[in-house]
Design a protein around this ligand. Sequence first.
Ligand SMILES: Cc1cc2nc3c(=O)[nH]c(=O)nc-3n(C[C@H](O)[C@H](O)[C@H](O)COP(=O)(O)O)c2cc1C
Length: 187
Amino acid sequence: MVTPLKVVAVNGSVHQPSRTRVLVEALLGALEERLVLDTRVVDLSEIARPLGGALSREELPAEIEAQLADIESADLLIAAAPVYRGSFPGHFKHLFDLVGMNALVDTPVLLAATGGSERHALVLEHQLRPLFGFLQALTLPIGVYASTADFDGYQVGNGPLQERIRLAADRAAPLFASHARQLLRVA
Ligand SMILES: Cc1cc2nc3c(=O)[nH]c(=O)nc-3n(C[C@H](O)[C@H](O)[C@H](O)COP(=O)(O)O)c2cc1C
């Protein structure tokens, strides 16, 4: 019996529908093909207003405190955010400002972002990776950036984004070999 890997995905978009959420679901789906997972999604669009009103951890409503505890106890965190003004949204940063200083030390983090334009693809390297570096998390080398053109409305399009998602999952899965999905052998 394989113990599920606890994967917590944060969608940093404050809007619905959300292409970042679509990307998160696609990454979870690709990981699920390779690993046995227990998945949770923390969606900023559902909690941004009460989250933004809390200036300290003690002021958080119980359900958001529980989501922070999930983030802090993840075996693998997916940190996904839309680009706002060349960076991640303020609410996304506020969420991670309330995460314990040492809670993500050595936690593997798969970075993902969406933007209106290809020109901000380096948000992964110049904005998201330093934030999780500060938190001493282990950001995985391959992150996934998608621009609006990579989507067909609110679905992953047929272009290269699918390949980038597959590559990120292929590279991440061997790190969690003890949670690998046992494929049925057909004799
Ligand atoms: C306030 C705001 C600022 C934005 N700034 C940028 C930007 O600097 N660069 C960019 O490529 N896209 C920018 N966008 C576009 C979003 O990043 C893009 O549409 C993203 O996929 C939205 O994600 P969502 O559908 O998950 O909300 C901005 C959108 C908003 C609402």
